[in-house]
Design a protein around this ligand. Sequence first.
Ligand code: GDP
Ligand code: MG
Length: 375
Amino acid sequence: MGFFEKIKQGLKKTRENISGQIAQMVNSFTKIDEELFEELEELLVMGDVGVNTSQYLCEELRKKIKEKGITNPALIMDELKSIVTEMLQGDDSLHIDTKPSVILVIGVNGVGKTTTIGKLAARLRAEEKSVILGAADTFRAAAIEQLEVWAQRAEVPIIRHSEGADPAAVVFDTIAAAKARGCDVVICDTAGRLHNKKNLMAELSKISRVIERELPGCDKETLLVLDAATGQNAVNQAREFQNAAAITGIVLTKLDGTPKGGVVLPIKQDLGLPVKFIGVGEQVDDLQPFDAAAFAEALFETGEEAPQKEAPKNALPESESESEPEGREPLPEPIVETEEKTAEEEAPVQEESAGQEEGQKKRKFWPFGRKKDEA
Ligand SMILES: Nc1nc2c(ncn2[C@@H]2O[C@H](COP(=O)(O)OP(=O)(O)O)[C@@H](O)[C@H]2O)c(=O)[nH]1
Ligand SMILES: [Mg+2]
């Protein structure tokens, strides 16, 4: 299945929920009037677009319609599509040019962080980049093991400590290994339990300080993973994390199987965060770089659905295959670090330096800057 087919397939339910409903509504109107706009706004809100963004879309649509002198309701869909395309446009590429660069993957439990890291590692490796993973979600042994499985699938090395170890120490060791091996990209998993929000945020800022100190000026992406199926809750999570980390992009997972994909619009419009990747399934090749035009096209596509899902033509390794195909290079030896050191022993961190770095000054990076966390 091609790039666009995958997105189209992944957005099936969202498309039915948003543009399917809107098209049906518009068809029942013979002229464009206030009632039409009211119904449109309602449908957008119900499609998880959020109140603010729905109002914004309707305002823009009114302007366009007036400007162009459009009177036929049937022409509304195309106008809406072009407004959405424009809204979603932005800098959605990964900036990982320094060697090494770092991708820190954050988000609450279960949203798809570890899976996304596996898919991303495979994708980067297919682009001839050498990748190393850091298992800095040390909360449960199973989380480390899950990342190890993905490391094997993607054929990339992984640095791990044991359960309960200091996540910042894992990041420190991963960066050290990346430097020693000349890796291009370090990707770090993190724990995402929000039951102790203050600890989680403190942990993220400690990890960020280790990265800044060990790789000053490196390209760093902090990707917040959000589960599209959680709808407006995903927007709220993004708000929370924006207060704790300098997020550079969103990965919106599980778009397949949810009608709530409209949430991509308020994430971009209300929060100003670029969606950089979308997850449209559980397989290794189910992570797609976000493309505003393709997304809008897939969202508003009204043609026939593809009759059935074909087996994907995988350029990437088959994720479930146990056997090693002939002719494939052997897996790189995983580095398994089990020695326990705290990040402070290994890497004394200057508390004062937190949040001083370029790019983070612009955002509310320091988690304790928030009044409610200060106590
Ligand atoms: N359908 C679907 N499932 C996904 C996607 N991304 C992740 N998952 C599933 O979501 C579940 C939680 O993922 P995991 O990576 O463990 O989340 P984490 O706790 O944030 O690390 C797993 O069962 C994944 O297979 C996606 O894009 N589509
Ligand atoms: Mg995980």
